[in-house]
Design a protein around this ligand. Structure first.
Ligand SMILES: NC(=O)C1=CN([C@@H]2O[C@H](COP(=O)(O)OP(=O)(O)OC[C@H]3O[C@@H](n4cnc5c(N)ncnc54)[C@H](OP(=O)(O)O)[C@@H]3O)[C@@H](O)[C@H]2O)C=CC1
Ligand SMILES: O=C(CO)COP(=O)(O)O
Length: 325
């Protein structure tokens, strides 16, 4: 049996994918979500329109996960530490971290948060181009699965691979994490460009120059550049920047159309992780001395410190430079 923590869109989609091979127990905070999964095989709040396998069962009690050796951990990034802090981790289950973000305040990546909350538990990171609604329906999905060694990642990949869900093993945990966290911020930037009517050239420029800043930041944090060029970096960047299925992209479009961040985020049940990541990334990049002008522009737009024309002006008036350094 596999455990899943968090019954948002991605936790529910992963649970349904895993149920193609093993029974799954998914934990959700909300009794209504648990009741719908158990009685109707659906999660209309977070993943409407998808019929879930009968092999997915749900619980509101984290203690029910004790004894399960493999957990997919899928709460939004800012809640990871708190959720693991209440989980029964005595048996040191393998934790596969699936959130995409950086912890506010500490600037820690998810594996660093989990290492403190679950000392001694083997850790892995699952990240890549994967809209929940598509994975949940069994459409083909490929992701990066990074662990401490490629051997551990390969063994884990064997366990969670399914006919249409294909994990690629890696030993670059930091690289897998940075790609997923940074692409959300860049998707907001692409959304702004589209929402403000700046055109497709602007979108492509943001993807390519955004990838350059993702790589600079990743390498400064110890990632390998080739990981960032893979599924969890470039792959997810292209997916998220290219589709209005992305919540981060849609948030950016609303900003580009003139809404404030407060207006664009009001009443939303689902997360656009880039909104939380952008200010943290801007701080972390400044601290590390890494130039990330697009991410910094997104952070100032979200904070209401600049308008779209102002950030455009700032980006276009930067000194000309060589493309590759
Ligand atoms: N959706 C997608 O396509 C993908 C998402 N991801 C990543 O997965 C992570 C989860 O996103 P997603 O599943 O989409 O989430 P959703 O936006 O669908 O749902 C919000 C989630 O946040 C949880 N939540 C809200 N408040 C709290 C809290 N105080 N403590 C714990 N949990 C809380 C909700 O749990 P509750 O039901 O208990 O309220 C719910 O699971 C994110 O990091 C996202 O970037 C990664 C790949 C694809
Ligand atoms: O991470 C995702 C796809 O890989 C989901 O993107 P959004 O959170 O922007 O919807």
């Amino acid at each position: 049996m596999i455990a899943v923590i968090g019954a948002g869109a991605w936790g529910t989609a992963l649970a349904n994918a895993m149920a193609q091979g093993e029974d799954v127990l998914i934990w959700a905070r909300e009794p209504d979500v648990v009741a719908s999964i158990n009685s109707d095989h659906s999660n209309p709040l977070f993943l409407p329109g998808v019929e879930l396998s009968a092999r997915v069962r749900a619980t509101t009690d984290l203690r029910d996960l004790a004894g399960i050796d493999l957990w997919l951990v899928v709460p939004p990034a800012q809640f990871l530490g708190r959720v693991l802090g209440s989980a029964p981790l005595e048996a040191k289950p393998t934790l596969v971290l699936c959130a995409k973000g950086i912890e506010a305040g500490s600037h820690r990546l998810m594996a660093e948060v989990a290492a403190e909350a679950a000392p001694g538990a083997p850790l892995a990171v699952l990240s890549g181009p994967s809209f929940a609604a598509e994975t949940a329906r069994g459409l083909p999905t490929a992701v990066t699965l990074a662990a401490a060694s490629e051997g551990q990642a390969a063994a884990l990949a064997e366990r969670i691979a399914r006919p249409t869900f294909r994990p690629y093993a890696s030993d670059d945990i930091v690289g897998a994490e940075i790609g997923g966290a940074v692409k959300n911020v860049l998707a907001i930037a692409c959304g702004v460009a589209i929402g403000a009517g700046l055109g497709e050239n602007a979108r492509a420029a943001i993807i390519a120059r955004g990838f350059a800043e993702m790589t600079r930041f990743g390498v400064a944090r110890g990632a390998r550049a080739e990981t960032l060029a893979g599924l969890s970096g470039l792959g997810d960047l292209v997916l998220t920047c290219g589709s209005t299925q992305s919540r981060n992209m849609r948030l950016g479009m609303a900003l580009g159309e003139g809404q404030t961040a407060e207006q664009a985020l009001a009443g939303k049940l689902s997360v656009a992780e880039g909104a939380a990541t952008a200010p943290v990334l801007a701080e972390a990049a400044a601290k590390a001395g890494v130039d990330m002008p697009i991410s910094a522009a997104v952070a100032s737009l979200l904070a209401g410190q600049a308008t779209v024309p102002e950030v455009m002006d700032r980006l276009l008036n930067r000194p000309l430079r060589a493309e590759v350094r």
